[in-house]
Design a protein around this ligand. Structure first.
Ligand SMILES: *Cc1c(COP(=O)(O)O)cnc(C)c1O
Length: 379
């Protein structure tokens, strides 16, 4: 089955009792048993729910995975992965990460004796320097948020395999339409489904996708034992969103390309971070592991003036100033004071996350309206 067909059909069966083509919202906490232990595969909705099952199967199919697990948020999905480990274990993570992931690692899990190393991974060989007998996981985002760095997934997978370490990839920015990391050797895919998979800015949800049966059993155990499974209504909204994922990602990428080109030609714009530009340092790796480059773009203004960046962000008509990304509507964000404020100032400077950095989530509106809006806002 090709991607667009999977987006519409995978994981979804007509409802067995009525034939409803859309998986119903099974808004129930429990299921009646014929005699103790004699049930239809469903006992309690934290553990199993038919609407969640369909969402899990759909996401697994898109990622070419055997198993999918849906959580109440992206962070809950990450939380489950890290709970596979024990005090003394070490995790190597990319140093340009979603702010909430960084906060979860440094402020929550560091207290439990886990050790995190945050390193630049643009040169994949740098990972090896941090591997030791306690290393259990490599944590990667690509493209990274918000600097749009590209990490070589095949290279990272090779290092992980050589040392018997797991490789987990936060595939939120790319989505399985643009890249399928399991096919490149990753062990676990994580999604903030809140973003492109949901696609309509109306749900918060997370997911994991993976192939290994034992690891899937362990993560399903954590999903049930810690209780952050996704709710039926949210699972339904995500199933609906996924049906147009391929169409949306095509348009996000087209609009992203047009916006990147426009910014390149603008005299007030300094740096542009979008992996589709041939000037991007890892453009060739992006071309190898991604089908197209999506709608996430960051840029800075000449002079690095924070006040001027604020003026631009407040001047948009169609790019709404908000956290989050990946919805049909265009959004603009100031990482330094919004999504990435939980990363210390010095750490932000090290990775180029300066005060004039503006992040765009380019939506699927008509391209000319978006370009006109950028023109009038930047001035
Ligand atoms: C939003 C986001 C997360 C966190 O997901 P939530 O659904 O907000 O919990 C993790 N990683 C990336 C790249 C994100 O953009």
């Amino acid at each position: 089955m090709k991607f667009g067909t999977k987006a519409i059909h995978a994981g979804v069966e007509p409802d067995p009792t009525t034939g409803a083509i859309m998986t119903p919202i099974y808004q129930t906490s429990t299921y009646v048993q014929a005699s103790p232990g004699d049930h239809k595969g469903y006992e309690y909705s934290r553990t199993q729910n038919p609407t969640r099952d369909a969402a899990q199967k759909s996401i697994a199919a898109l990622e070419n995975a055997q198993h999918g697990l849906c959580f109440a948020s992206g962070l809950a999905a990450i939380d489950a992965i890290i709970k596979l480990f024990k005090p003394g274990d070490e995790i190597i993570a990319a140093n340009d990460l979603y702010g909430g992931t960084y906060r979860l690692f440094t402020k929550v899990f560091s207290k439990y004796g886990l050790k995190f190393h945050f390193i630049g991974m643009e040169n994949i060989d740098d990972i090896e320097k941090y591997v030791n007998a306690n290393t259990k996981l490599i944590w990667v985002e690509t493209p990274t948020n918000p600097m749009m760095n590209i990490i070589d997934l095949r290279g990272a997978a090779k290092i992980a395999k050589n040392h018997n370490i797991l490789l987990a990839v936060d595939n939120t920015f790319a989505t399985p339409y643009l890249q399928t990391p399991l096919d490149l050797g990753a062990d676990i895919i994580m999604h903030s489904v809140t973003k492109y998979l949901g696609g309509h800015s109306d749900v918060v949800m997370g997911a994991l996708a993976l192939n290994d049966d034992q690891l899937a059993t362990d993560l399903a155990f954590l999903q049930n034992s810690t209780g952050a499974a996704s709710a039926p209504q949210d699972s339904f909204l995500v199933l609906r969103g996924i049906k147009t994922l391929h169409l949306r990602m095509q348009r996000h990428s087209e609009n992203g390309r047009a916006v990147a080109k426009f910014l390149q030609s603008h005299p007030k714009v300094d740096k542009i971070y979008w992996p589709g530009l041939s000037t991007h340092p890892n453009h060739n790796i992006a071309r190898e592991q991604m089908k197209d480059f999506g709608g996430m773009i960051s840029f800075t203004l000449k002079g690095n003036d924070k006040e001027e960046a604020f003026r631009v962000m407040e001047s948009f008509r169609y790019f709404s100033l908000a956290e989050s990304l990946g919805g049909v509507e265009s959004l603009v964000n100031h990482p330094a004071s919004m999504t990435h404020a939980s990363i210390p100032y010095e750490e932000r400077q090290k990775i180029g996350l300066v005060d004039s950095l503006i992040r765009l989530s380019v939506g699927i509106e008509d391209q000319q309206d978006l370009l006109d809006d950028l023109k009038q806002a930047i001035g």
